[in-house]
Design a protein around this ligand. Structure first.
Ligand code: NAD
Length: 507
């Protein structure tokens, strides 16, 4: 973060979106957006001023007056158009995403695609935002519910899915009739801004979607703002807990999807090839920077003999720039993230875990030599209490824990405070059924390593990984972004036949 140095004046500046116009921030505080594979400077992002935040919220508040009454069909057709535009621009979006975030181009398309599925879901708003009706709840009395938008809602997003997570938020909020202020990650806001441009092109009216950039101060201003009714946050547990406490204290409805430590249990009866391939992909894909990454493998009984094969498969992954063909693992997001991950690897070795594969200080050629690369790293003999087990590393590091039985594995996982995702690899239906019943984690994969639900369902992380009751997308998010209003109505055939009733009953 710095005042604008004159030598970077030629670098593109990321704009704010206020009242339908992309505007240059008047801020004196800016941050560089850097390609994590090469350290090339891509753009500068402003930390919005208090006046700019107020202007964005005011524009959303004004637009709400009209938008809340816009017919369902009009809203739905905007998202039909939007999904088409995202499809048409898929390659361009993926290229921007890879440049600023680092993941491979194929994985960047996956990031956009998982968000696109939520846009398709938003296009179904007609059948999603329906109330309930019961007739004759008393003589001539009907009760029905209407799901009304809340007003101005806000979204705060993390760096690791700069396409998918903004698309978890503003399409559903806007489709339900709210207006929105988005605060993208300051580390990689460029693909988010391109998606926002396409949203305007699809027909989202001026003021309905606004964007401010920044960090802690901007987030705190959003938490405190009297005109914001609800906040959706995705990011770390530390920041999410702060946002939840601060914003709920200010009377807002808040959902926070936060950090994780996801275990993948491998039973000895699992299909070995399938299980090991899944562990490697889910542990090291996106350089381990997924909230649903498999960061702990729990090998049960004889499956502990599979460690050498797991190490060999992991060693074979190709570490390189995300735009290079054949790359499996790109860089982590920043120099700070790289030194944090390497520090934790050092700590794991110090604490007595066995370093089976050490990805520190990899050698990459040419322009990637100074990138933030860490290779796949595997520890065995990991135990609770070690920092590499207790902390979310958010890098390409897989910790292996041994368990004698499935029951021991379940007890270990249930004792961990996080509850985002878990997976079981087995060919036993009975074991799978017991696991899904007894495991205290909100999203369970059976022979599926990263069980992120499609938008017909909701994202249902639990316990330490989640604050607030309702998740993003699916049916739950409709309730999150609306107020249920219950109407109880009586229409008289013969008003003259009524009499005074001083009881509470509906007669
Ligand atoms: P982060 O918490 O550092 O940042 C998230 C957002 O909060 C950003 O917009 C950032 O500007 C803002 N922020 C950062 N520091 C702040 C502070 N002190 N006060 C107020 N706001 C602040 O998270 P990140 O590093 O961008 O993302 C990685 C984290 O997100 C991981 O913990 C990951 O597990 C989590 N995540 C969770 C999910 C989920 O669905 N549960 C999905 C993706 C990522």
């Amino acid at each position: 973060m710095s005042a604008v140095p004159s030598h970077v004046a030629a670098v593109p500046s990321i704009k704010l979106l206020i009242g339908g116009k992309f505007v240059e921030s008047k801020s004196t505080v800016w941050r560089d957006v850097v390609n994590p594979a090469t350290q090339d400077l891509l753009a500068r992002v402003p930390f919005a001023t208090r006046e700019e935040i107020d202007a964005a919220v005011a524009s959303a508040k004004e637009a709400f007056g009209t938008w809340r009454k816009t017919p369902i069909g009009v809203r739905a057709r905007i998202f039909l158009k939007y999904q088409q535009l995202i499809r048409e621009h898929m390659k361009e979006l993926a290229a921007i995403l890879t440049a600023e975030q680092g993941k491979t181009l194929a994985d960047a398309e996956g990031d956009v695609f998982r968000g696109l599925e939520v846009v398709e879901h938003a296009a179904n708003i007609g059948t999603l935002q329906m109330g309930e009706l019961a007739t004759n709840v008393a003589g001539g009395v009907d009760t029905y519910t209407i799901l009304q938008p809340l007003g101005v809602c806000a979204g705060i997003t993390p760096f690791n899915f700069p396409a998918m997570i903004p698309l978890w938020m503003f399409p559903m909020a806007i489709a339900t009739g709210n207006t929105f202020v988005l605060k993208p990650s300051e580390q990689d806001p460029m693909v988010t801004m391109r998606l926002v441009e396409l949203a305007l092109e699809a027909g989202i009216p001026a003021g309905v979607l606004n964007v401010v950039h920044g960090g802690e101060d901007v987030v705190n201003a959003i938490c405190d703002h009297a005109d914001i009714k609800a906040i959706s946050f995705v990011g770390s547990t530390r920041v999410g807990t702060h946002v939840y406490n601060r914003a709920t204290l200010a009377g807002k409805r808040v959902q926070c999807m936060m950090g994780a430590k996801n275990h993948a249990v491998v039973l000895p009866d699992a299909n070995k090839e399938q299980a090991l391939n899944a562990l490697v992909g889910a542990g090291f894909g996106a350089a381990g920077q997924r909230c649903m990454a498999a960061s702990v493998a729990v090998l049960v009984g004889e499956a502990q003999h599979w460690i050498p094969d797991l190490v060999e498969k992991s060693r074979a992954l190709k570490l390189n720039g995300g735009t290079e063909p054949g790359t499996d693992v790109g860089p982590v997001i920043s120099c700070a993230a790289k030194s944090r991950v390497e520090g934790l690897i050092e700590q794991g070795a110090r604490e007595g875990a066995t370093l089976e594969l050490d990805g520190r200080a990899p050698k990459l050629p040419g322009k990637y030599a100074s990138g933030n690369f860490v290779g796949p790293t595997i520890f065995s003999n990991v135990k609770p209490g070690m920092m590499i087990y207790d902390q979310e590393i958010f890098g390409p590091v897989l910790a292996i824990v041994n368990a004698a039985t499935l029951d021991e594995a379940i007890a270990l996982i249930n004792a961990n405070p996080n509850g985002n995702g878990v997976a079981l690899f087995t060919q036993s239906g009975a074991a799978a059924r017991r696991f899904q019943e007894d495991i205290d984690i909100g999203q369970v994969g059976i022979n599926v390593p990263i069980p992120v639900p499609v938008p017909l369902f909701s994202f249902t992380g639990s316990r330490g990984s989640k604050l607030g009751d309702l998740g993003p997308y699916g049916k739950q998010v409709i309730l999150f972004y609306t107020q249920t209003k219950t109407v109880t109505a009586r229409w008289f055939d013969d008003a003259a036949s009524t009499s005074v009733n001083t009881t509470i009953s509906l007669r």
